[in-house]
Write a protein that binds this ligand. Structure first.
Ligand code: ADP
Ligand code: MG
Length: 901
C-alpha cells in the first residue's frame, strides 16, 4: 500500500492481511520472509578470498623471499649451463623450491588467520544483533529483527530501535527520535489517526521508521515495509562492506615493524657491501661470490623482519574476545579488548549490576506510622504489622504500576516488568489488594524514566479523576501541595538501612486535565500517601570483585539514581568505600558545580547519587581529563551518549535497552559486575601475552642478526676449513628458525595463562610504547644469544669442522638458545618466577620445534637443501643443553638483584 499514513488503521491492516489480535501465523510469516527477503539493508560484497590471499603476498618479507627464489633459479641455471656443477645446481633448485613452499605456507597461514579472526568477530557481533517483539500465532515473541515481515504486529518500548517501517495502531505517550532520516533531533510525539493530506516524513505522526529510537512510552504498530523497502533502505546506498578496523595496538605494532624494517634494510645493505668487498679480495669477482653475498644478505633480511607480529597480534586479540564471550562478556571490537586491560576507573550502575535487582518491600511508612512486612521473593504470603489504615497507599502503589507476577508453565512464580514495581505488586498481594480487583479505569500511563525519577497514572473512579504519582521521595517532596515535615526523616531512616525508597502520592483532578494535561501539569500539587522501603540485596560475589579491582589499581565508582544514604550504605557493604562518612556527590550538587570544580573533585569521589544520565557524561569527561581510562555501565536509552563517551561503554545484556547495547563496546550477557572484573583481567592477559610474544620475537631477531653480522664483520679470513665468505647461518636455516622453531612457540605465548601478579599491578599507561621497559632486556639477551651463536660457529671452525657442520652447530645453538629463552620471555621478571608447565600448548610447541630442528640436521634431504650436517652425539647433547646457560645465568643475576632492591 502506498502512503499508509493517509489511511485508517483498519484499511492498512486489511491491505496487509494483518491481524491486530493474533498476529501472523508462523507459516505465513515464513512465506512472506521468503517473498520479501530478510529485513536488512543490503551490503556491498566483501573482499573475495583470492584478493586477500594476493594481498598477503605483497608483504615486504614475501617480496624478499620472491627475490630469493629468483636468485636461486638464476644460480641453478648458471651451474647447469656454465660451471656444469650439477650437484650444486640441484641444491640451488631445492633451495628455491623450499623457499617457494615457505612462501605458500606463510601466505596460507596469514590468510587463514585473517579469515578466522573475521569470522569469529562476525559471530560475536551477531550475538549482539537486534531483536524485535512481535505478535505471531497469538503470542508475543522476541525474534531476530531481520526476520520481520510486512504485516507483523510489532511492539516497542522506551529504548528500543524501531526495526522496520510501521503504521502505529496503539500508542502510549510514545515519542521517537527520527533524526537519522529528518535531521530533527527533538523527539516526535506519535498518534494513531490517519492524516488527511500528504506530508513530509517528519510530520507523519502515525508512522514509525526503521532506525528510529523510542525515546519515551510504548507503542504497537503494523509493519508496512522491511529491508530495502523502508524509508531508510530507500536513502541508504549500499552499505560499504565493513573494513575490519585496526586497533591502536595493531597500528603501533605496524609502526614498530616499519621502523625495524628500515633497520633491517640498513643492515642488509651494509652486509652486502662488506661481503662483496671480502669476496673481491679473497677470490676476485665471480658470479658465485656475488650470489653468495646476496644469499647472506637475504638471510639477514629474513632474520631481521618480525614477520609474524601482525598475524600473532590479531590472533591473540581474537582468542581473547572468544574467551571473554565464554565468560559472559560480549566484546564488539578488537579495540575494546585492548582498552579493557588499561581501564583505570569503572563507573557502575548500582541496581541490577552491583545488586541483585530482586526487590522486596520490607518496610513502609503511612501517616506517621512505620509498618513492617514479612516474607521474601515473589511469594504472596507475609504478615504486615502492626495493623493499620494503609489501604490507599498500597492501592495507589498497585494501580500506578504495570508489573505483574504470574505463575508460569512450570508452576513457578514469574515476575514481569520493572523490579521496583514488582515489589509493590507483591506488597499488594500480601495486603490482599490486586490491581484487577480495583473498581477503576486506567486512562493514561506516564512511564518511569530515570531523569524525572517518577511514574504516574491517570485513573477514573466512578465520576472522579485522579492522578497517582510515585517516585523518588525528594522529587515527590517538591511536587507536594504541602511539603511534608516528616518525609526527610523517614527517608533517612530507611536509606541508612540500605533500603531503596519510593514515595506514593495522589491528587484529584478535572476531566480536562485528566485527558489532556501535560506531565508537568499532572505531577504537581500532590498529597503524600506513604513511603515504601525496598530492599535490594547486593550481589554476594561483587565484594570480592571490587577488592580484586582495588588491588589491581582500578577505582570502582557507584553511580545511581538512588538516594545518597542508600547508595552509601550499599557502597560500604560492597567495599567500594571503607569510610562510613565517605562523601557522596548528588546530581543537584553536580549541577551547581562548574567543570573545573568537578575536575578537582572527581578523583576522590566513589559515590554519585540521584544522578541523571546527563551527569554521567560530565563525570566521564572529568575523569578522562585526568588521563583515566573510564569504563561506564548503562541500561536506559538516555545512557547511550555516556556509553559512547566512555572509553569502554558497557551495556546490560538482560535489562539493557537495544539502544544502549548498540552504543556499547562490551555487553554483559549476565548483567553482573563480576563480568566486568573478568573482562579487565582478560584484557590485561591479552596485553601481557602480546608483550611476552614481542619480548621473545625481538630478542631472537636481535640474536639472529647479530650472529650473522658478527660473522660478516669479524671472519675476515678462512678459519680451519671454513672460508671467510661462509655465513654463520644459511638463508634456509634462518627461514627455518623464523617460521618453525621460533614461530610455533611464539604463537603458543598468545594462549598463555595470566601471570599470578597480573591483578596486583596498576593499570598500564596507554601513552607508553608497548616496548616500554623491555628494550634493555631485549638488547642484553639478544646480544648475549647472538654472541654465543657466533662463538659456537667460530669454535666449530677452529676445531676443524667443515662449513656445513659449523653452520649446523650455530643453527642448533640458536634454536635451543631460543627454546630456553621462551620460558624467560613469558614472565615480566624471570623464568624462575613462573611454572613452566602452565602452558601446555607452549610445551608441545617447544617439543615439536626441538625434535624437528634436530631431525633436519640428520635427514639427507634437508642436509642438501638447508646446508645442515649431522653432528656427533656428544655435540648434540652440548648444543641442546649449553644454550640454556646464558638464560639461566642472566635470570639468576636478575633474581638476586630483584631480591636486594
Ligand atoms: P538506580 O538504577 O541507580 O537504582 P533508578 O533510576 O532506577 O536508579 O531509580 C532512581 C529512583 O527513582 C529510585 O531511588 C526510586 O526512588 C525511583 N524509582 C525507581 N523505579 C521507580 C518506579 N518504577 N516508579 C517510581 N519511582 C521509581
Ligand atoms: Mg535503574
Amino acid at each position: 500500500m502506498k502512503d499508509p499514513y493517509l489511511h485508517p488503521k483498519a484499511d492498512v491492516l486489511k491491505t496487509l492481511s494483518a491481524d491486530r489480535q493474533h498476529g501472523l501465523s508462523q507459516a505465513e510469516a515464513e512465506n512472506r520472509l521468503a517473498q520479501n527477503g530478510p529485513n536488512q539493508l543490503e551490503k556491498a560484497k566483501t573482499i573475495p578470498a583470492w584478493q586477500q590471499l594476493l594481498h598477503s603476498l605483497k608483504e615486504p618479507l614475501m617480496i624478499i623471499l620472491f627475490i630469493a627464489v629468483g636468485l636461486g633459479a638464476l644460480s641453478a641455471w648458471y651451474d647447469f649451463a656454465v660451471t656444469k656443477d650439477h650437484a650444486h645446481a640441484m641444491a640451488s633448485v631445492y633451495e628455491a623450491i623450499a623457499i617457494l613452499l615457505l612462501i605458500m605456507v606463510n601466505a596460507g597461514l596469514s590468510f587463514w588467520q585473517a579469515r578466522a579472526a573475521q569470522k569469529s568477530m562476525a559471530a560475536l557481533q551477531s550475538m549482539a544483533a537486534h531483536h524485535a517483539l512481535v505478535l505471531r500465532d497469538d503470542d508475543w515473541q522476541e525474534i531476530p529483527a531481520d526476520q520481520l515481515v510486512p504485516g507483523d504486529i510489532l511492539k516497542v518500548h522506551t529504548g528500543d530501535f524501531i526495526e522496520a517501517d510501521v503504521r502505529w495502531l496503539h500508542v502510549a505517550e510514545l515519542t521517537t527520535n527520527e533524526s537519522h532520516l529528518t535531521g530533527e533531533s527533538e523527539p516526535v510525539a506519535k498518534q494513531t489517526h490517519s492524516l488527511i493530506e500528504e506530508t513530509g516524513l517528519g510530520d507523519r505522526t502515525n508512522m514509525g521508521y526503521s532506525g528510529a529510537t523510542v525515546t519515551h512510552g510504548n507503542g504497537i504498530g503494523v509493519v508496512v515495509a522491511t529491508g530495502m523497502q523502508t524509508e531508510l533502505g530507500q536513502i541508504a546506498q549500499l552499505l560499504a562492506a565493513e573494513k575490519p578496523g585496526k586497533t591502536p595496538l595493531a597500528k603501533s605494532v605496524e609502526r614498530l615493524s616499519k621502523r625495524l624494517m628500515l633497520v633491517a634494510l640498513f643492515v642488509v645493505i651494509l652486509t652486502l657491501g662488506l661481503e662483496l668487498y671480502k669476496a673481491v679480495i679473497t677470490t676476485g669477482w665471480s658470479f658465485a661470490a656475488i650470489a653468495e653475498a646476496l644469499s647472506t644478505a637475504i638471510a639477514l633480511a629474513v632474520a631481521a623482519i618480525p614477520d609474524a607480529m601482525p598475524a600473532v597480534l590479531a590472533i591473540v586479540l581474537t582468542i581473547g574476545a572468544n574467551q571473554l564471550a565464554r565468560h559472559q562478556g560480549l566484546i564488539k571490537s578488537l579495540n575494546a579488548v585492548e582498552t579493557l586491560g588499561a581501564t583505570s576507573f569503572i563507573a557502575s550502575d548500582k541496581t541490577g549490576t552491583l545488586t541483585q535487582n530482586q526487590m522486596t518491600v520490607t518496610d513502609f511508612w503511612v501517616n506517621g506510622q512505620y509498618y513492617h512486612v514479612e516474607g521474601s521473593g515473589l511469594e504472596a504470603s507475609g504478615e504486615i504489622f502492626p495493623e493499620g489504615d494503609y489501604h490507599d497507599f498500597i492501592q495507589a502503589a498497585v494501580l500506578n504500576n504495570e508489573a505483574e507476577v504470574r505463575v508460569d508453565a512450570d508452576d513457578e512464580l514469574q515476575a514481569y516488568g520493572n523490579p521496583t514495581d514488582v515489589a509493590l505488586v507483591v506488597l499488594g498481594q500480601k495486603a490482599g489488594i490486586l490491581r484487577g480487583d480495583q473498581p477503576v479505569d486506567i486512562l493514561r500511563v506516564l512511564p518511569f524514566d530515570s531523569t524525572r525519577k517518577m511514574m504516574s497514572v491517570v485513573i477514573k473512579q466512578g465520576i472522579q479523576y485522579h492522578v497517582l504519582t510515585k517516585g523518588a521521595p525528594d522529587v515527590i517532596q517538591q511536587r507536594l501541595a504541602q511539603p511534608s515535615d516528616e518525609l526527610p526523616d523517614v527517608v533517612l531512616h530507611f536509606a541508612s538501612q540500605a533500603l531503596r525508597t519510593i514515595a506514593v502520592s495522589q491528587r484529584e483532578i478535572t476531566e480536562a486535565l485528566a485527558r489532556h494535561g501535560s506531565v508537568t501539569e499532572l505531577e504537581r500539587h500532590l498529597d503524600l500517601l506513604g513511603i515504601a522501603g525496598i530492599i535490594d540485596p547486593p550481589r554476594p560475589e561483587v565484594k570480592k570483585s571490587v577488592a580484586t579491582l582495588h588491588q589491581a589499581g582500578v577505582a570502582v565508582v557507584m553511580i545511581t539514581g538512588d538516594h545518597a544514604a542508600t547508595a552509601r550504605a550499599i557502597a560500604l557493604k560492597l567495599g567500594i568505600v571503607s569510610n562510613p562518612k565517605a562523601s557522596v556527590i548528588e546530581g543537584a550538587t553536580l549541577d551547581g558545580m562548574d567543570d573545573q570544580a568537578l575536575f578537582d573533585l572527581v578523583p576522590s569521589i566513589r559515590i554519585y547519587a540521584r544522578v541523571t544520565p546527563a551527569h554521567k557524561q560530565r563525570i566521564i569527561k572529568a575523569l578522562q581529563q585526568h588521563d583515566q581510562i573510564v569504563a561506564m555501565t548503562g541500561d536506559g536509552i538516555n545512557d547511550a551518549p555516556a556509553l559512547k563517551a566512555a572509553d569502554i561503554g558497557i551495556a546490560m545484556g538482560i535489562n539493557g535497552t537495544e539502544v544502549t547495547k548498540d552504543a556499547a563496546d562490551l555487553i554483559l550477557l549476565d548483567d553482573r559486575f563480576t563480568t566486568i572484573e573478568h573482562s579487565v583481567e582478560a584484557g590485561r592477559t591479552i596485553f601481557a601475552n602480546i608483550k611476552n610474544f614481542m619480548r621473545h620475537e625481538l630478542t631472537t631477531n636481535v640474536a639472529e642478526v647479530l650472529a650473522l653480522l658478527l660473522g660478516v664483520a669479524l671472519m675476515t679470513q678462512q678459519v680451519g676449513h671454513v672460508p671467510a665468505t661462509t655465513p654463520v647461518l644459511s638463508a634456509l636455516m634462518v627461514l627455518w628458525v623464523n617460521m618453525v622453531s621460533d614461530a610455533l612457540p611464539s604463537f603458543a605465548l598468545g594462549y598463555d595463562v595470566p601471570e599470578a601478579d597480573l591483578m596486583s599491578q596498576p593499570p598500564r599507561n596507554v601513552h607508553q610504547s608497548i616496548l616500554h621497559g623491555m628494550l634493555g632486556r631485549i638488547a642484553l639477551r639478544g646480544i648475549v644469544m647472538g654472541g654465543v651463536v657466533y662463538l659456537a660457529f667460530l669454535w666449530a671452525a677452529q676445531v676443524g669442522m667443515n662449513p656445513a657442520e659449523a653452520q649446523t652447530v650455530a643453527f642448533l645453538t640458536l634454536v635451543f638458545g631460543q627454546l630456553w629463552h621462551v620460558f624467560d620471555a613469558r614472565s615480566t621478571r624471570t623464568l624462575f618466577h613462573r611454572n613452566p608447565f602452565e602452558n601446555g600448548k607452549l610445551l608441545i610447541a617447544v617439543a615439536f620445534a626441538a625434535v624437528a630442528s634436530l631431525l633436519v640436521t640428520v635427514m639427507p634431504f634437508f642436509n642438501m637443501v638447508m646446508g645442515t650436517a649431522p653432528l656427533s652425539n656428544g655435540l648434540y647433547l652440548a648444543v641442546v643443553v649449553l644454550p640454556a646457560i646464558p638464560t639461566l645465568v642472566i635470570s639468576g643475576i636478575k633474581v638476586l638483584w630483584l631480591r636486594r632492591s
